[in-house]
Design a protein around this ligand. Structure first.
Ligand code: AMP
Length: 399
């Protein structure tokens, strides 16, 4: 398995699911840039590259008459940006596996690039339809998967298609390789102490991750809305803070398990509390176990930020998944920003830091720190599943 294909027609699955503005201009090209090293390597090898990707959810967000909104979801929108970034002419086919795509793929010369239409215009894509996957496979002789962001889905173009290529004729792309390598750095024999920072809204979303981390981490920092389920479980007063009452027992069990395994769980001792869920709310600093009635914790407080920063400063390996508060609103962004600064400072001192997807990636980007941490993952859900130890169909299909 390697990317050293020469003079082949390569079917390359990438994740070009990028945000667009009202004029269908790409507003954030991070994902396109993420795939460039693989495209470049394939072109350098004298290959012809046929690109498959999805863009948005065209089958869910249909027009009023029930038809697909092709104008909105066509992958043609990303072609100018890709041409600009590659400084190459990029061709486009107006269907995914139909006559036009097959004809253009056949006529494609070595060193040329063809983007075919949004894979999700095809009903069979998300269902993992075999027939569709076979038609996609007909576009080339070799299959490369560089779409880490969709590796947790068993879709036609991300997993099923691989069945139609022999082991020698399928491979991961460079981005996919980098994602796996960095996640494995954390999971397999990391430098200690290992600190995992887990935040975000819901405990239920992160429970499996927390369980898995008990085997890997020395410290688990819990912030964000999910912390209040732990406080309520311990008999605290949490006012109107976010809580999942059906997870109280699980939260207590996790704390107990951590104690038996010698893992320190750090909860935010204080919180920024607000009288309403709004940017213009009145705010106070409160003890997280004693939040006044009617108030809600929307960020970690200054003492918690300081304590967490000290734990992070003493760490050699750091994973961060999920914000410490409602960082989208300026009054509740301070905790997340403090943690970001602490992670950057620890990285400067030699720690390995992995920003594992989702909103913590948004926070790091918001602060312009993306180059000051060791690795920023491009796949939120996929990275979460990988860290939980779940097999990812997109990876299994190639391996
Ligand atoms: P997740 O997708 O689970 O990582 O959650 C991210 C979301 O959690 C963000 O939109 C945050 O605004 C939200 N969040 C973080 N802290 C809190 C909190 N204390 N209360 C309510 N929502 C929160």
């Amino acid at each position: 398995m390697s990317l050293d294909f020469k003079n082949k027609k390569v079917v390359l699955r990438v994740d070009f699911n990028v945000p667009l503005d009202e004029d269908f201009q790409v507003t954030d090209d991070t994902r396109i840039k993420g795939a460039l090293p693989t495209i470049q390597r394939l072109l350098d090898g004298g290959n012809a590259v046929i690109i498959l990707s999805h863009l948005g959810r065209p089958l869910k967000k249909r027009k009023e008459d029930g038809s697909i909104d092709k104008k909105r979801f066509t992958l043609k929108h990303i072609v100018p940006k890709l041409s600009e970034l590659l400084v190459e002419n990029v061709q486009f086919a107006g269907d995914t596996v139909g006559e036009e795509a097959q004809k253009k793929a056949k006529a494609l010369k070595f060193g040329e690039i063809l983007v075919v239409e949004n894979t999700r215009f095809e009903e069979g894509e998300t269902k993992g339809d075999k027939e569709l996957a076979q038609k996609m496979a007909l576009l080339g002789e070799v299959y490369v998967n560089d779409a880490f962001g969709t590796a947790h889905r068993a879709h036609a173009s991300t997993a099923i298609i691989a069945e139609f290529f022999s082991k020698e004729n399928r491979s991961f792309g460079l981005l996919m390789e980098k994602e796996i390598e960095n996640a494995n750095k954390l999971l397999n024999d990391p430098a200690t102490p290992v600190t995992a920072i887990v935040g975000g809204a819901k405990v239920s979303d992160k429970m499996l991750l927390l369980e898995k981390l008990l085997d890997v981490a020395d410290n688990i920092i819990v912030g964000g809305g999910m912390a209040y389920t732990f406080f309520l479980a311990q008999g605290g007063e949490i006012g109107n803070s976010l809580v999942e009452k059906d997870r109280l027992e699980l939260a207590n069990e996790l704390v107990k398990k951590a104690a038996t395994k010698g893992v320190m769980i750090h909860l935010p001792v204080d919180s920024i509390v607000a009288d309403e869920f709004s940017e213009s709310a009145t705010t106070l600093i409160a003890n997280s176990m004693d939040i006044p009635e009617g108030w809600m914790g929307l960020d970690i407080g200054p003492d918690a930020a300081m304590q967490f920063s000290q734990v992070i400063a003493a760490s050699k390996t750091i994973l961060w998944n999920g914000p410490m508060g409602v960082f989208e609103m300026q009054p509740f962004a301070g905790g997340t920003h403090a943690i970001a600064r602490a992670v950057v400072a620890a990285t400067k001192k030699g720690a390995f830091s992995l920003i594992g997807g989702g909103d913590s990636v948004a926070a790091i980007n918001q602060l312009g720190f993306a180059n000051d941490v060791s690795y920023v993952s491009t796949g939120g859900g996929a990275m979460l599943k990988f860290l939980e130890g779940k097999p990812l169909p997109g990876i299994e299909a190639i391996a």
